[in-house]
Design a protein around this ligand. Sequence first.
Ligand SMILES: Nc1ncnc2c1ncn2[C@@H]1O[C@H](COP(=O)(O)OP(=O)(O)OP(=O)(O)O)[C@@H](O)[C@H]1O
Length: 606
Amino acid sequence: MGNQDKKVLIKERFQYSTDTIIEKPFNWKQMWRLLSYLKPYSKNVLPLAFLAVIVSAVVRLTAPILIGKYTLDHAIKNNDMNLLTILVITIAAMYILSYIANRFRIKWMNLLGQNVIYDIRRHLFTHVQSLSHRFFDQRSAGSILVRIMNDINSLQELFTSGVINLLMDFFLLIGVVVLLFTLSPELTLAILVIVPVMFFISTSLRKKIRRSWQTVRLKQSKLNSHLNESIQGIRVTQSFTQEAENIEFFDGVNTENFQSWRNATKRNAMFTPMVEMTNAIGTAILIWYGATLIADGSLTIGTFVSFAFYLGMFWEPISRLGQVYNQLLMGMASSERIFEFIDEKPLVAESKNPIFLSDMKGQIEFESVEFAYDASRKALNDISLTIEAGQTVALVGHTGSGKTTIANLISRFYDATGGVVKVDGIPIKDLSIEELRAQISVVLQDTFIFSGTIIDNIRFGRPTATDQEVVEAAKAVGADDFIQNLSNGYLTEVEERGNVLSVGERQLISFARALLANPTIIILDEATASIDTETEIKIQNAMKTLLKGRTAIMIAHRLSTIREADNIIVLDHGNIMEQGNHDELMEQRGIYYELVKAQFNMLEVG
Ligand SMILES: Nc1ncnc2c1ncn2[C@@H]1O[C@H](COP(=O)(O)OP(=O)(O)OP(=O)(O)O)[C@@H](O)[C@H]1O
């Protein structure tokens, strides 16, 4: 294969649904919504920060008058040493005050910014946690991470420096313009002729700068998605020796990211020199025209000096306002993505008057239940079944026949698109979701182990359980032996997903976790992975302990499990094809019989 073909293939392999960069005009409604996060601080940090802004702005605005007009034109001109001393002390005191105000302004603004970012991130995370399975079906973990991390980070600057600089600069700008006009309207008008020119240049430059920052965010998001997938899939990559291709693709996205940054910073760097040049032109006009005015006696030297100070102060906020405007637009794009998630409604919603079934018996009924993950394809058709409290029911059928879907509907991870699912005779839509799920334990084939100790992983089933109770649960399912043999026993740390544990060990931990939760209903997706006979016997025994006295729905693969079930439901393409116990179904010589024959190859056909 040629190099070019290989590159095309690599490109085709890694496709990420990119987070679209939204380029919309400034949106006031969204801005208010964003600013509403400042509300909790409107009675403490916000007014303090605002006060500090006003103090430092007032000092900065009054000092030049004292230095120019009063010191030069009055104290020095009239040789008034008393006035000079008072002025010097006042000016010094004002600068000290401004220094203190500035320090507090920065401190309070940072505090405010960090708090707001914390609140937004918490709000988003809490909301994302409440969203239904369908939301996660449609998005990659990477793209959700990018919103919770990157998009919120990009708001950080806006809240820590942007908003307050905006206030401060706006305040300063108005004050400076008023003072310039008061000091000398002619000189002000002469200098302000360059403002429209500057405005024109800066607007076009700003647009370019904004676009290049948006490109940076897009490239970062792509880099993030690739990294996330690469690390998660590292074992598959290594086993298929695809490292070189992976690195090649990574180099591609990394270079794109690097170039986009270079481009953005290059454009950004053009902004300040441009403001400085305008400043230089302004100063040239000031010196030339100011000197003329002084010469004909219509301007004093003191006023000229004050004027020069104010002029210096005039360009500074203008240049910063441009940057804040950029930040605002970037913030708009990010907040749009954040609010899109926040506005997402959980599809599985709590009933208005939820029923709390604390004493659940565990009887389950499906009445003509239909379900479709997407409109084009039904996963379940007209399913009617009853599972009595305490019964063990095995769901069997080919892959994709709808077994997991039935389990998902019982836990209300999805709502049936037709028909009713009932527990103890009550439609589950009327039950409190939390209470319902608290009484159901789901043990998945791919057990999720969280980073932390073994004991904490088991305790996940019931956070209030004592150490003793955890150990008892582990003993009951036969997990105690292997845990004791680990380097640090129950306190052994396992990393995310528990990769250091074997499949069988992870399964036993999840059984202990489920047992500790003491559920009324247990849903068990039996592991298909081949495990040694000894572990299999352990797991079989653990399952017996786990299922005792509970309603159990097993997505069963092993003949031994299936054989012992009270009822076996055979599914095919979302339909119930057969029902009965093992012997009954074997007698029917239907799908179940064929399945058993094919899968287990251990049938004594009579
Ligand atoms: N989250 C989802 N989004 C869209 N379609 C889905 C989703 N989960 C499952 N499906 C589809 O629904 C159908 C039933 O899937 P289900 O997971 O219930 O099968 P299963 O019998 O449990 O299969 P297996 O034994 O392989 O786990 C399949 O056609 C599957 O492709």
